[in-house]
Design a protein around this ligand. Structure first.
Ligand SMILES: [Zn+2]
Length: 241
């Protein structure tokens, strides 16, 4: 992580400003975050949406949030239980980790098994991806672009990885009434998993125009159920309006 002309830089992601105080952290090829994330300056409090696949990438995400908002993140949201959205939680020891109640159940029941499975599978999978990089077939090389850093990141982080569970849960929605802007989590169960949620933010205090920050999905749309997701987003717009 480095700061260049006031803009945080990382080998794991690039940052995009979506609105004042709201940033998307977007995965870059070769990075170890894999999923995208978000940073919201609520005013006096900072919220980070998803923490990525590895503590290493999450340390850079934390540094970016501190540089952009001037404070250590107060809340960390896990949009769902998949490994590329939760394994950076340990890089935010001061923050309260938030998720839907169902996502907490899924992390608690599956998280350790997922780590054990990765421990067994990672060396072989990484070796396989390294052979695909050299492939003459463009589709195979494309797969390696996604999965090589995934397995690299897993293998590099397993020795220090600690499963950290959400500490604050909600069922349908949760609103942060920030001094600068409000943000709202809306459960979208069925959009991607049984327990996922998306984040909406209002441009300013008292604003009624809610804008969705859908950073939850990986860079490829595996497991995405657009019909379910659009139904829930429609519900959110009604809530916001
Ligand atoms: Zn997922």
């Amino acid at each position: 992580m480095s700061a260049h002309a006031g803009s945080p830089r990382s080998r794991h992601f690039q940052l995009e400003r979506l609105a004042e105080g709201v940033y998307a952290e977007v995965h870059v090829d070769g990075g170890w975050g894999i999923s995208n994330a978000g940073i919201v300056d609520l005013g006096k409090q900072t919220l980070v949406f998803d923490t990525g696949l590895t503590p290493q990438a999450a340390c850079d995400l934390r540094s970016a949030a501190e540089l952009l908002t001037g404070r250590t993140p107060d809340y960390v949201v896990n949009s769902h239980h998949h490994n590329d959205h939760i394994r950076g939680n340990q890089a935010f020891p001061e923050a309260v980790v938030v998720s839907t109640a169902r996502t907490l159940e899924l992390i608690a029941s599956q998280g350790h098994d997922d780590i054990d499975a990765d421990r067994k599978q990672a060396p072989e999978s990484l070796a396989e991806m390294k052979t695909l990089v050299e492939s003459q077939d463009a589709e195979s090389r494309g797969l390696a672009t996604v999965w090589l850093p995934y397995w690299e990141g897993i293998l590099a982080s397993l020795s220090e990885l600690q499963l950290r569970l959400p500490e604050l849960t909600f069922k349908d929605q949760l609103t942060f009434h920030g001094k600068a802007r409000a943000s709202q989590l809306l459960a979208t169960s069925g959009g991607h998993t049984e327990g996922d949620c998306v984040l909406f933010f209002a441009p300013g205090t008292g604003g009624v125009l809610w804008r969705p920050l859908v950073c939850a999905m990986p860079p490829v749309p595996w497991g995405l159920r657009p019909r379910g997701l659009s139904f829930h987003l429609g519900s959110a717009q009604r809530i916001g309006g």
